[in-house]
Design a protein around this ligand. Structure first.
Ligand code: P6P
Length: 337
């Protein structure tokens, strides 16, 4: 590709901004801050093996999960960058129990929810990890930011996306006008449009679930797994089992190739493991914008009314036909059990 054909993330954002009649550049400034944070986190992730930033921080996050040093570093980087944008009033982070009210920005109109480094258990073994963001507008009714402003349904997101630190570093996002992917060119340190208008196939041949928990799964989920494994030429089965244990990596592969990712309810985790505000909602906004589907098994993820910043929901997400079948099997078995 000649450099004259490159569309940078910066240029793409400017071009998209012109499509919104009431755009004043504030959302663009947030995106620029996220882009900068992604580049800085990428730099630290890429050198993780070389300096003492691997391993555990010796602290735990709001969920009692051991914090890796890079978790904390990434969290600080994203918070600092978002604060510097001057457009964000509240930040919700997986790494912080309480919302972060940005000083002097109480009247700013955006709220950002982040999982600064998802899949961190994979850091030490050099598997793909990522950062997730979800952006809301603060309800206009409240002049200054308050915690209630954060508990909005996922369908009210104005933007969502992720950065995947994999064999290459990519930023994938939506503002409701489809999904586009940008690959970081290390030579010029620019995210360049590499995956325009991403659309997930309605059918796929990949199923992603942690079968180590099989005995704990609802009957309908077990039935769906057996369906995926059964031989049937007409429906291209058996499917392939692919599970990295990093949501963004599993999601990204299925987004591009087609497939389904499931984190179901289990006896140990009746609401699943993944968090609504900064994992399930952003990924659900993206998958719907790419033509796929996302369900809790009971309802559309984006319709869930949050009642807690860190609440968990079960997640069935990916190719529409696969999600619909998995959810129908879950509910049919629930009816007969
Ligand atoms: P399990 C990583 O810790 C994470 O939050 C997601 O990135 C990933 O999909 C999930 O947990 C893996 O959970 O229980 O299968 O190890």
């Amino acid at each position: 590709m000649s450099y004259s054909q490159i569309i940078t993330l910066e240029q793409f954002i400017v071009d998209q901004q012109s499509l919104y009649k009431d755009a004043d550049g504030s959302l663009s400034r947030i995106f620029r801050s996220i882009e900068l944070a992604a580049k800085v986190v990428n730099r630290d992730v890429r050198k993780a093996g070389l300096v003492d930033i691997l391993g555990n921080q010796g602290t735990s996050n709001t969920h009692g999960e051991e914090q890796k040093k890079l978790d904390v570093i990434a969290n600080n980087i994203f918070i600092a960058a978002l604060a510097k944008s001057g457009e964000v009033s509240i930040i919700i982070s997986e790494e912080n129990e309480d919302p972060i009210f940005l000083e002097g920005a109480e009247e700013e109109k955006y709220i950002v929810a982040i999982d600064p480094l998802d899949g961190s258990s994979n850091i030490d073994v050099n598997a793909s990890i990522g950062s997730i963001f979800s952006i809301y507008r603060r309800p206009t009714a409240s002049k200054t930011a308050k915690i209630e402003d954060c508990l909005q349904k996922g369908k009210h997101q104005v933007a969502a996306g992720y950065v995947i630190y994999g064999s290459s570093t990519m930023l994938v996002y939506t503002t409701g006008l489809g999904v586009n992917g940008f690959t970081l060119d290390d030579n010029i340190q620019e995210f360049c449009l590499s995956h325009p208008d991403i659309a997930i196939p309605t059918k796929g041949k990949i199923f992603s679930i942690n079968e180590g928990n099989y005995s704990d799964f609802p009957a309908g989920v077990k039935s769906y797994i057996e369906y995926c494994k059964a031989k049937d030429k007409d429906t291209n089965r058996p499917y392939s089992a692919r599970y990295i244990g990093s949501l963004i990596a599993d999601f990204h592969r299925n987004l591009l190739k087609g497939g389904i990712f499931i984190y179901p309810p289990t006896e140990k985790s009746p609401n699943g493991k993944l968090r609504l505000m900064y994992e399930c909602n952003p990924m659900s906004f993206l998958i719907e914008q790419a033509g796929g589907k996302a369900s809790t098994g009971e309802t559309r993820v984006l319709d869930v009314q949050p009642n807690d910043l860190h609440q968990r929901v079960p997640l069935f997400i990916g190719s529409t036909d696969m999600v619909e079948l998995a959810v129908s099997m879950l509910n049919e078995e629930a009816l007969v059990s």
